[in-house]
Design a protein around this ligand. Structure first.
Ligand SMILES: C[S@@+](CC[C@H](N)C(=O)[O-])C[C@H]1O[C@@H](n2cnc3c(N)ncnc32)[C@H](O)[C@@H]1O
Length: 440
């Protein structure tokens, strides 16, 4: 049976630990904050929608969906609702219609890819915005997660005040408050239930087997996961499942939603529901290796979210050959966004023909990722001389996967042999010579 390894990150959203990769899916800094800061804000959507009435997004490594959900949530709250958008629920689709644009619909298409079906199915149920999220008494106990979190310096009552302060600064959670050993974050971002419902409906429509999935049933009913899952969305799902419908008509779901939850929805949610009219939102979930999905897909995209596991452990989606494939799937004004600052990743983007820059986070005053585009004018923060120099060291040696089907182990082994036989300067000697700490 599938085991799910959740914990709370510093902004109150759920993070996951992967025992296979011995790595986390989401940083303890804040899963939802990262989705916003590294993927959604750098899209510069206010500029984009001035020139476009449709948006095509490729979400590579959808996981539990933070990047796609944060995008849609942000888009609804900041553009559709603010612009007097009118909306309603269609019979078999959901649409977002912007009245400011003289009845021209804004069309949203997201293709999301992940190998892990269970995580993708769980994505609408994940809670966000939990108020008290650092507790010595996690109701979910798993040795590996606890070991991992302790490794990451989770703060508790046993920590001295000095350690607590150090931890606060190291995580840069501004204005965070510690209350009885728990963090009460000042930033407490949330995904609206409406957004989660939209994703739930989309996934049920396109993958009706979701309703009878045994792993989902097990996770939704297992008490140890209770605090990590949104009970109202799970109840809506169960309601549908118990009806025995194979294909769920949206209208029925909405009636159901209305009957069961209307009393619990705040005014803003009611407003948001009214604003979901007609439908130009299409969510296409593919459960497979992203390399295969993208080879088969002939679409081009405005935005690509690349959120694979760290290149050193799972290089399959960071190779020169994969980036060359992505080059053909990107519009001329399209951009790829990723959290990785790796020299090897940046070099592979450059060698594939992209212009490459850094993602700057104003609130943190630091660079937090990499952006690649075919259009030079979309690169606001270019790589510095120091960054470019680093790309010409061993750290800049790219990962290769000529036939786009090698295992991570094979890609790592080939890369290792290239690094060992290379005459290039080592990155540590370059960093030392440059007289600075490696800081992106
Ligand atoms: C860092 S997590 C992504 C987190 C995700 N964006 C989220 O919001 O939860 C990496 C994801 O990559 C998926 N993955 C790993 N190898 C893959 C591959 N070759 N193709 C597609 N997905 C893959 C894993 O199942 C995992 O969900």
């Amino acid at each position: 049976m599938y085991t799910f390894y959740p914990y709370f990150t510093n902004d109150g959203s759920v993070g996951l630990f992967s025992p296979e990769a011995d790595d986390i899916y989401h940083s303890t800094y804040g899963a939802l904050s990262e989705a916003l800061e590294k993927f959604v804000l750098p899209m510069e959507l206010s500029e984009f929608i001035k020139k476009n009435n449709q948006i095509k997004i490729l979400d590579i490594c959808y996981g539990i969906g933070y990047n796609s959900k944060t995008f849609l949530d942000f888009f609804i709250k900041n553009f559709l609702l603010k612009n007097n958008t009118t909306a309603a629920i269609g019979s078999d689709n959901i649409s977002l219609k912007n009245t400011n644009k003289k009845s021209s619909n804004f069309n949203i298409y997201i293709k999301a890819i992940d190998t892990d079906k269970t995580l993708a199915y769980l994505s609408p149920f994940i809670v966000t915005g939990k108020k008290f999220f650092r507790s010595n008494k996690l109701s979910f106990h798993d040795e590996r997660v606890e070991k991992f979190l302790n490794k990451k310096n989770v703060i508790s009552n046993e920590n001295s005040p000095r350690e607590k302060i150090k931890y606060l600064f190291s995580n840069r959670t501004k204005k965070s408050v510690i209350n009885n050993g728990k963090f009460l974050g000042s930033r407490n971002p949330k995904i609206s239930p409406v957004t989660n419902i939209i994703f739930l409906l989309e996934i049920i429509n396109s993958h009706p087997e979701f309703l009878t999935d045994v792993n989902i049933n097990h996770i939704l009913t297992d008490k140890k996961y209770k605090e990590f899952l949104a009970r109202d969305i799970a109840a809506l799902f169960n309601f549908k499942r118990n009806q025995g419908y194979k294909y769920t008509l949206l209208r029925r779901l909405i009636v159901c939603l209305h009957n069961i939850y209307y009393n619990h929805l705040s005014i803003s949610y009611k407003k948001a529901l009214k604003c979901l009219k007609l439908c130009d939102f299409n969510f296409d979930l593919k459960i497979c290796d992203a390399r295969n999905a993208i080879i088969e897909d002939k679409n081009t995209y405005n935005f690509v979210f690349l959120d694979a596991f760290t290149p050193a452990k799972c290089p399959a989606l960071w190779t020169l050959d994969f980036f060359k494939l992505l080059y053909d799937r990107i519009d001329e004004d399209g951009i790829i966004l990723t959290y990785s600052n790796s020299a090897s990743v940046r070099k592979a983007f450059l060698e594939s023909g992209f212009y490459v820059g850094k993602i700057y986070n104003e609130s943190e005053s630091k660079f937090i990722g990499t952006i690649a585009s075919k259009n030079k004018s979309l690169i606001k923060n270019e790589l510095s001389q120091y960054d470019l120099g680093l790309l010409n060291t061993k750290a800049g040696i790219v990962y290769r996967d000529k036939n786009l089907n090698a295992s991570n182990e094979a890609i790592i082994a080939y890369h290792k042999s290239e690094v060992e036989t290379s005459d290039l300067e080592s990155s540590s000697s370059y960093i030392k010579k440059s007289g600075r700490k490696h800081n992106v």
